[in-house]
Design a protein around this ligand. Structure first.
Ligand code: COA
Length: 266
C-alpha cells in the first residue's frame, strides 16, 4: 500500500535509517560528515543497526564481536567457496558473495536461529532458576536428537574466541540471562552427554550476547557477515595475487567410489 505525501506523489519506498537530501547525508539523524571524524566503525555499525549511538560498553562489545570473527583460516566453507569462485575466473564481488552465501546453520548463520531460540524461550519466563531451565532444555534436545545451535566445533574442544568474548561481555555488563542460560546449556551437555564434548562456540556466544544487548534476532547473520567480510576479501586478494587460476582438487585429494566401469550396449 502506498501512502501519499504533501506534493501528492505516491510513496511506496520508505526508510527511517538515512536521509539524503540537499547534499547532506544524515544517518539516524546524525550528519555523516561529523560521524567521519568522530565515530569508530563499530559505533557507526551499532548506530545504523540499532538506531542510537552506543555507550562505551556497547561500542567495546561490538568491536570485540567483530574482531572475534574476522577470519579463522583457509579451511571453513566460506573461504573455500570464495577462493574457488575466484579461481574459476569470476569477479571479486561474486567471490565475496559466494563466501557469504555459504554462511548457514552450521557456519556463521547459527547466530540467527540461536538468538531467536534464546529470545523466544526466555521471553516472559521465570528465570530465577536458569540451571533447571537449561537442564530441561538439554534433556528435551537429546530426547529429540536435535542439534543445539551454538554448541560444537570442528576442531576446538574449547573455542578460544568464546572464552575471551565472554570475558569482555561480563566486564561490559552483557552477561545477562541469555548468556547465563547459554553457559548453563553448555554445562548440561557436559553432564548429560560428556562423550560428545560440545563446547560453546563463537556463534553461540555472540547469539547470547546480542540478545543481552537488546538486538533483534533477525540481525544475527548480519553480525557474522559484517565481521567475516574483511577476512573473505583478504583471502580473495591472496588467491588473486599468489595463485594461478582454475585450482582443482589434486588426485590424492579425492576418490571415486561409484560403480565399476561398464559397457554401454546401445
Ligand atoms: C559445528 C559442527 C558442524 C561441528 O560438527 P562436528 O564436530 O564435525 O560433529 P559431527 O557433525 O560429526 O557430529 C558428531 C556428533 O555430535 C553431535 N553434535 C554435534 N554438534 C551438536 C550440537 N550442536 N548439538 C547436539 N549434538 C551435536 C552430532 O549429532 C553427532 O552425534 P552422533 O555421533 O550421535 O551422530 C556441529 O557441532 C554443529 O552442527 N553445531 C551446531 C551449529 C553451530 O553452532 N555452528 C557454529 C560453528 S562455529
Amino acid at each position: 500500500m502506498s501512502e501519499v505525501i504533501e506534493n501528492k506523489r505516491p510513496v511506496s519506498w520508505r526508510t527511517a535509517i538515512t536521509k539524503n537530501e540537499d547534499g547532506d547525508i544524515h544517518i539516524r539523524g546524525y550528519n555523516l560528515e561529523d560521524m567521519i571524524s568522530s565515530l569508530s566503525f563499530p559505533a557507526a555499525i551499532f548506530l545504523v543497526l540499532k538506531g542510537e549511538l552506543p555507550s562505551d560498553a556497547e561500542e567495546k562489545m561490538m568491536n570485540a564481536i567483530f574482531v572475534s570473527c574476522i577470519d579463522a583460516g583457509i579451511a571453513p566453507p566460506s573461504v573455500g567457496a570464495a577462493r574457488k569462485v575466484f579461481s574459476g575466473g569470476n569477479s571479486f564481488n561474486s567471490s565475496v558473495a559466494a563466501g557469504i552465501m555459504s554462511f548457514g546453520d552450521y557456519h556463521g548463520g547459527a547466530i540467527e536461529q540461536s538468538a531467536k531460540f534464546l529470545l523466544e524461550l526466555l521471553e516472559g519466563k521465570d528465570t530465577s532458576n536458569i540451571p533447571q531451565l537449561a537442564e530441561e532444555t538439554v534433556r528435551t534436545y537429546l530426547a529429540e536428537k536435535k542439534r543445539f545451535l551454538g554448541l560444537g566445533h570442528k576442531i576446538h574442544t574449547v573455542d578460544p574466541r568464546t572464552t575471551r568474548l565472554i570475558n569482555v561481555a561480563e566486564k561490559a555488563g552483557f552477561g545477562g540471562k541469555h548468556l547465563t542460560f547459554m553457559l548453563e546449556v553448555a554445562k548440561q551437555y557436559k553432564i548429560q552427554k560428556p562423550e560428545k564434548n560440545l563446547p560453546l562456540n563463537v556463534d553461540g556466544a555472540i547469539a547470547a550476547i546480542i540478545c543481552d544487548m537488546g538486538f533483534d534476532w533477525k540481525l544475527g547473520k548480519a553480525f557474522f557477515i559484517i565481521a567475516r567480510t574483511p577476512g573473505l576479501c583478504a583471502h580473495i586478494h591472496e588467491e588473486w595475487s599468489r595463485e594461478k587460476p582454475f585450482r582443482r582438487l589434486e588426485h590424492n585429494q579425492h576418490i571415486y567410489d561409484g560403480v565399476d566401469d561398464r559397457k554401454l550396449d546401445k
